[in-house]
Design a protein around this ligand. Structure first.
Ligand SMILES: Cc1cc2nc3c(=O)[nH]c(=O)nc-3n(C[C@H](O)[C@H](O)[C@H](O)COP(=O)(O)O)c2cc1C
Length: 200
């Protein structure tokens, strides 16, 4: 009997940083053991156009299950047929707030609500600056409800040379949290004593 594939959802919403979604998808598509489910909000499709000059249909989704934004009858909208993990990347403050109050106006919100009610993994990658008290409180609420809040906040300790390096520093953390064994994930490798002369 074949081992069932792990069902992972990726949701695009209308925050800046569509590149995080595209890169997460590109890297996860390399793992045939994953069954990837994709969905975008209307805002996500708009920012995809503004940032990447792409339409939703232009994305290479070969081998993935693509769901309609308003298809609240999709498999991922049901706890009985849900996902192991859902990543909302990037996550707008609008979607963040909707998820925090349990509003399910579109399939992104509904799939997130299902993850929380079923006690399954929900990873939220918010992007906004500065953050209002409303957004901060929404993050606390989601964290208390069991979500992982993973801001789109790249690290610089790997000495990035390209935009992709910066994007990957966030995507690496997402992939780690999904427990996908990707050898490309870079890890901090500290020198035992730090720089030879910290004063120099
Ligand atoms: C180019 C562009 C960039 C945006 N960047 C952000 C952002 O970084 N964070 C955010 O919360 N909203 C951002 N917005 C606004 C959201 O797209 C807007 O609030 C939208 O209604 C979100 O809807 P959604 O959550 O259903 O995708 C941006 C909009 C545009 C057009």
């Amino acid at each position: 009997m074949q081992t069932p594939r792990r069902r992972i959802g990726l949701a695009l919403t209308g925050a800046s940083g569509v590149a995080y979604f595209l890169r997460t998808l590109e890297r996860l598509r390399a793992f045939p053991e994953l069954e990837l489910h994709l969905v975008a909000s209307e805002g996500g499709k708009r920012v995809l156009h503004d940032e990447e000059n792409m339409k939703w249909g232009d994305i290479n989704t070969e081998g993935c299950v693509v769901h309609g934004t308003r298809n609240i009858g999709a498999s991922i909208a049901s706890g009985s047929n849900g996902l192991e993990s859902l990543v909302v990347v990037p996550c707008s403050m609008s979607s963040l707030s909707a998820m925090a109050i349990g509003m399910a106006e579109n399939l992104v919100h509904r799939a997130a609500a299902v993850q929380l009610k079923e006690g399954r993994t929900l990873i939220v990658v918010p992007r906004e600056t500065p953050l209002s008290l409303i957004s901060l409180r929404a993050m606390v609420t989601l964290r208390e409800a069991g979500a992982v809040i993973m801001p789109a906040s790249p690290g610089f300790y790997h000495q990035p040379q390209t935009v992709t390096d910066l994007v990957d520093s966030v995507v690496d953390r997402i992939i780690d949290h999904l427990e996908v064994a990707d050898q490309a994930v870079r890890r901090w490798n500290p020198t035992p004593t730090g720089p030879p002369n910290p004063q120099a």
